[in-house]
Design a protein. Structure first.
Length: 229
């Protein structure tokens, strides 16, 4: 049985799944609270590269994550670069599909960026849905350590080279990494300093083993080419 369980008495929700630690920890929090029934993961991918938007994670690794979580994966394909009107059109199509399945809530792993939250809430409200933010407002230094202590295992999949040296790409997200981060970098990378790929969590059926390949730079970002081990 999927880790969320089937429970018709609880409101159904999709979870915005970036493949990274914040969305993974947010899912863990929702599963633990049992307040909502998460019935699918929602991910945006680049049609040009076949990878998760911003994170640069290969589609096959994303699929492996979904299988080990035990939830269906809903993919939103967008071009690169993607005009905002195209993004909103494709996302609205995905949300309408969720509504047709009785879903009225979407869970996000956002932490403190007010403009991002307002944008998400505005878009959801326009289609009669509501956002849930289980990690909102938590101290990110404490949260990063809670993730590690709580069983989240991840690697840095991509980073902004204007904020973090490319040598961090591919590194494990652990206590050593947190100690090594420059003081201007948020411990959770909430300002876009870095993005991660989760290889294990307590609700995974099995770890997603990866190998770290070459680091590729594009448009000011460094991407660690993660492949299945």
């Amino acid at each position: 049985m999927p880790p969320h369980g089937k429970d018709g008495d609880r409101p159904r929700a999709w979870l915005s799944w970036s493949s990274g630690k914040d969305s993974a920890f947010a899912l863990g929090e929702v599963l633990r609270s049992r307040e909502y029934d998460v019935v699918a993961l929602l991910t945006t991918l680049s049609s040009e590269f076949g990878r998760v938007s911003m994170h640069g994670v290969r589609e096959d690794l994303l699929d492996r994550q979904a299988r080990t979580v035990g939830l269906p994966l809903e993919k939103i394909w967008i071009p690169y670069p993607c005009p905002n009107e195209v993004y909103e059109r494709e996302m609205s199509r995905g949300l309408e599909k969720a509504k047709s399945d009785g879903v009225r809530h979407v869970v996000f792993g956002d932490l403190f960026l007010e403009d991002i939250r307002r944008y998400r809430e505005s878009r959801l409200e326009s289609v009669g849905m509501r956002g849930l933010f289980p990690l909102w407002g938590r101290n990110t230094a404490e949260l990063a350590r809670a993730m590690i202590a709580g069983g989240i295992r991840a690697r840095i999949a991509s980073l902004d080279t204007r904020q973090l040296p490319r040598t961090f790409a591919g590194r494990e997200f652990n206590e050593e990494l947190l100690e090594a981060l420059p003081p201007n970098v948020d411990p959770c990378g909430e300002r876009g300093e870095f993005h991660t790929f989760v290889t294990d969590a307590r609700y995974f059926h099995e770890p997603v083993s990866v190998k770290v390949g070459p680091v590729v730079e594009r448009d000011g970002f460094a991407f660690a080419d993660l492949t299945a081990a």
